[in-house]
Every structure is written in structure tokens, then in C-alpha cells.
Design a protein around this ligand. Structure first.
Ligand code: NDP
Length: 299
């Protein structure tokens, strides 16, 4: 019974990667050009290293070229800008991703805004952010894009529904709000200064948790039948084992909700699938091709 409640991001993300591979194959055949995704990793953050390794593997799996720049922790902002500028001009590179977080001596906003908007497959450039909020076609940040695809599997139109997002980061919370608004939900964003967050969450038909606090959302916070999207990835130790948990207390909330994303295996795999999707989307105009109708992937 409870299996029916689980939104399996592994299955949905595999479908997206398959479709990206198919469409990418057609694009390569039609143009003789292969989409290239450049990933820039600065320093030795273990979590970032794992992410990047995974991204590179999956990029190759869909038949795209992977270009990697692994830079020393001490790289200067000027040197990093020079690399981004070179990638911006490189005709073999259609997507550029600078892995965050960057070391403190580098201004992340400056670097992200240096990436050409048409190659900004993370969707963090101010121009793409502005387009998203204006309802214009843009490259959308991968994690919220993945969450919105999962929500659309349940319901495409959220008219009359309340969506509550916990977290207001530029990477997840804010773009998630724009996407849920686009789906006609009434959207509330909570953050660390929100008072009585529990009461706000209780009103949610769709609850998105993107906080970074292990199992913060308890069953007493959620409405019967709510759809829960858990973005959190928290490494904790339990019974002497290192495990991953979300921002939602999954075991507590499973009975009460109608649908829930597990951690791991929910939102996580969607992020990389959407990165590949964004690389494909970025490639069509750069190769002088019309972007096909991708509603079969996005809905
Ligand atoms: P940030 O740290 O950038 O943002 C966290 C947000 O949570 C902030 O807006 C903060 O509020 C809010 N917050 C913190 N404490 C509380 C609290 N007690 N009550 C209410 N709100 C609170 O994190 P990210 O958005 O980058 O990531 C969130 C989570 O999602 C993390 O666990 C991260 O690992 C995970 N993640 C997962 C991804 C995936 O692929 N599945 C991708 C990206 C992130 P304020 O703004 O006021 O400080």
C-alpha cells in the first residue's frame, strides 16, 4: 500500500535520460555536432567530487561530450574567470556548470553571471532567473525543475492548491516557487525567520522541503493527503551507520501523506537528469536547430 505513495525519482530520471539520449542522438545525426557539457570543480570538497564524478558518468552515458576542469583550491577569481571566458567561446561546449560551493575568496555570483546565459545549464545567471520569473522560456535550475516534473506526474494543474516551500535559496526554494506559481498553485515560502512554520505547513497540499535540517518536518506538520517533495540530503549517523536522510521524517509522514519522495532515490537522481536535459535544450539553438516539443519529458 505504502509503495503506491512513493514517487520514484530513479524511474522518472531514467526515463528522462533515455529520452535525452534519443533526442541527442537525432541532434548529433542531423548536425554532425555532439553536445558538450563542461564541469568546473574547484578544490577538494568530497560531496562535490562525488556529484561531479556522477555528472561526468551520466553525461557520457547519454552520448554527450564531457569536458572537465579540476582546479586547485587556491585558484584565483581572475584565473577562474579566464577559464569561464574560454568555455563561453568554445564551440565544443554547449553547457557550463561551475560546481558550488566555491572557496570563500571567490565571489560565486560574479562567476555564475560570467557564464553566457545560453550555456548556463544550471539556470543561475540573472538573465535566466529573470526569464523564469517573467514566465519566459529559459534554462531552469536543475533541482527545482526535477521537482516540478515529479509534481506534474501527479497533477499538471495546481489550481486551488496550496504549495508551501521551506527554504528560500536561489538554487532550490525561489525557483521552485516560480515553477509552482506557473502551475497555478498558491505559493508560500518559509525560511528561518518564519513564525509558526508548523501551522503554515499544515495548510500545504504540496509541501517542498529544502532546508538542510535532518527530518525536520514531522507528521504533525502535514495535512492528510499532502504531496511531499523532500529535497534535503543530510548525512547522519544512526545506530553506528552513516545514512542519508531528507528534511522530512519519512517514516512518520508516510502514513499521512498521499505521495512522498524518498531520500535517497527521490529528488537526487532528477537533478542530474535535468542537467542533461538542460544541456540538450541549450544545444539546439547553438547548433542552429529548432527546439522540438519536449512536453513528453517535462510533463
Ligand atoms: P541553503 O542552505 O542555501 O538554504 C536553506 C534554506 O532553509 C534557507 O532559505 C534557510 O532560511 C532555510 N532554513 C534554515 N533553517 C531553517 C529553519 N529552522 N526553519 C525554516 N527554514 C530554515 O540550502 P539549499 O537550498 O542549497 O539546499 C537545501 C537542502 O537541499 C540541503 O539539504 C541540500 O543538501 C539539498 N539539496 C539537494 C539537491 C538534490 O539534488 N537533491 C540539490 C540542492 C540541494 P534563511 O534563508 O532564512 O537562512
Amino acid at each position: 500500500m505504502s509503495e503506491n505513495k512513493i514517487i520514484d525519482g530513479k524511474i522518472v530520471s531514467a526515463e528522462i535520460r533515455k529520452k535525452v539520449k534519443e533526442l541527442g542522438g537525432e541532434l548529433i545525426k542531423n548536425t554532425g555536432k555532439t553536445p558538450g557539457l563542461a564541469v568546473v570543480l574547484v578544490g577538494d570538497n568530497p560531496a562535490s567530487r562525488v556529484y561531479v564524478k556522477n555528472k561526468i558518468e551520466k553525461t557520457k552515458e547519454v552520448g554527450f561530450n564531457s569536458i572537465e576542469h579540476k582546479l586547485d583550491e587556491k585558484v584565483t577569481e581572475k584565473e577562474l574567470i579566464k577559464i569561464v571566458d574560454k568555455l563561453n567561446e568554445d564551440l565544443n561546449v554547449q553547457g557550463i556548470l561551475v560546481q558550488l560551493p566555491l572557496p570563500n575568496h571567490i565571489n560565486s555570483d560574479k562567476i555564475l553571471d560570467r557564464i553566457k546565459p545560453e550555456k548556463d545549464v544550471d539556470g543561475f545567471h540573472a538573465q535566466n532567473v529573470g526569464k523564469l520569473w517573467s514566465g519566459l522560456t529559459s534554462l531552469v535550475p536543475c533541482t527545482p525543475l526535477g521537482c516540478s516534473i515529479l509534481v506534474k506526474k501527479i497533477s499538471k494543474d495546481l489550481s486551488g492548491k496550496n504549495a508551501v516551500i521551506i527554504g528560500r535559496s536561489n538554487i532550490v526554494g525561489k525557483p521552485m516557487a516560480a515553477l509552482l506559481l506557473e502551475m497555478n498553485a498558491t505559493v508560500t515560502i518559509c525560511h528561518s525567520r518564519t513564525r509558526d512554520i508548523e501551522t503554515v505547513c499544515k495548510d500545504a497540499d504540496i509541501l517542498v522541503a529544502a532546508v538542510g535540517i535532518p527530518e525536520m518536518v514531522k507528521s504533525s506538520w502535514i495535512k492528510d493527503g499532502a504531496v511531499i517533495i523532500d529535497v534535503g540530503i543530510n548525512r547522519i549517523e544512526r545506530e553506528e551507520k552513516k545514512i542519508l536522510v531528507g528534511d522530512v521524517d519519512y517514516n512518520e509522514c508516510l502514513d499521512k501523506c498521499s505521495k512522498i519522495t524518498p531520500v535517497p532515490g527521490g529528488v537526487g537522481p532528477m537533478t542530474i537528469a535535468c542537467l542533461l536535459l538542460n544541456t540538450l535544450l541549450a544545444s539546439y539553438p547553438q547548433f542552429g536547430e529548432q527546439t522540438p516539443d519536449l512536453s513528453s519529458i517535462l510533463e
